[in-house]
Design a protein around this ligand. Structure first.
Ligand code: NAP
Length: 250
């Protein structure tokens, strides 16, 4: 069995590892945005397909038995393109999307539908900001006038002058996150609802320090995707592939 795995996430890497170990032929696809990307095991292709039509063409040229979209919950364009491309080709599609974060009783969370809405709300919550939304969407916060520490994996181009930038890749430890928040006297944290454990330490740190957190909601799933099978864990995705006919050495 051969699977195209749209990746760029820890779950996609883990899924590739398990499937390859079970004898499934996996082609992982990466957008190629980050320098020094952590590569999954198995075959890897890099770069965009050229829209939904480009992906449909790729699927015709490289027949696979299934496509798994394990991209980041905020990679809505790729998810929409995958749904459109498989509709024309008849290849089964599974979406693997980790659950979003849920506030506990001691959390002080505020929600926004977009980076622009979050930037508008931000001055009501604090004046020294820790912005952890990645490179994309950073520009929306350029004119808040608030002191901002932004953390990204790779530097945005051009490098913004309106914020202090730190480059780092998770996972992060709670003690380090608390130290960082204290060191810069941060009084509000901004994040996207990425979910997962890799970058959740900042939420625990904010809770410990009693800081408000402003969270950007996930983009809605593209129209038509309600009918596509979707799971929340790597184990469920493995089960789906095995039911499709993937062999297992276990
Ligand atoms: P996006 O906005 O949904 O996609 C933009 C375009 O990038 C797509 O139309 C496609 O180009 C290309 N692309 C995206 N993912 C691809 C993949 N896995 N393989 C081949 N091409 C891909 O995506 P994004 O939000 O920029 O994210 C890019 C990548 O980074 C994704 O793989 C995602 O899993 C990963 N990532 C994203 C975030 C985030 O916050 N957005 C966080 C962590 C990791 P064509 O139209 O030319 O095919």
């Amino acid at each position: 069995m051969k699977v195209l795995l749209l990746g760029g996430t820890g779950e996609a890497r883990e899924l590739a590892r398990v499937l390859v170990g079970a004898g499934v032929d996996v082609v992982s696809s990466l957008a190629g945005r980050t320098t020094q990307a952590r590569l999954p095991v198995g075959e890897v292709r890099t770069g965009g397909f050229g829209g939904a039509d480009g992906l449909a063409g790729w699927l015709r040229d490289h027949p696979v038995d299934a496509v798994i979209d394990a991209t980041h919950p905020f990679a809505a364009t790729m998810t929409a393109h995958a749904a459109t491309a498989v509709r024309g080709t008849g290849v089964p599609l599974l979406v693997l999307r980790r659950p979003g974060w849920t506030a506990g009783p001691d959390d002080n969370w505020h929600w926004a539908d977009s980076a622009a809405e979050a930037a508008e709300l931000l001055p009501t919550l604090g004046s020294r900001v820790f912005l952890t939304i990645g490179r994309q969407g950073l520009a929306a916060f350029a004119s808040t006038g608030l002191w901002t520490l932004a953390r990204c994996v790779d530097a945005p181009e051009p490098r913004p002058s309106w914020c202090t930038l730190i480059l780092a890749r998770g996972p992060f430890a709670v003690a380090d996150e608390i130290g960082l928040l204290r060191e810069h006297s941060i009084d509000v944290l901004v994040t996207k609802d990425s979910g997962g454990s890799q970058t959740a330490a900042k939420l625990t740190a904010a809770r410990e320090l009693d800081l408000p957190v402003l969270i950007i909601r996930r983009p809605p799933l593209p129209a038509g995707l309600e009918t596509v099978e979707s799971v929340e864990s790597v184990a469920e995705a493995v089960g789906w592939v095995m039911r499709m006919g993937g062999s297992s050495s276990d």
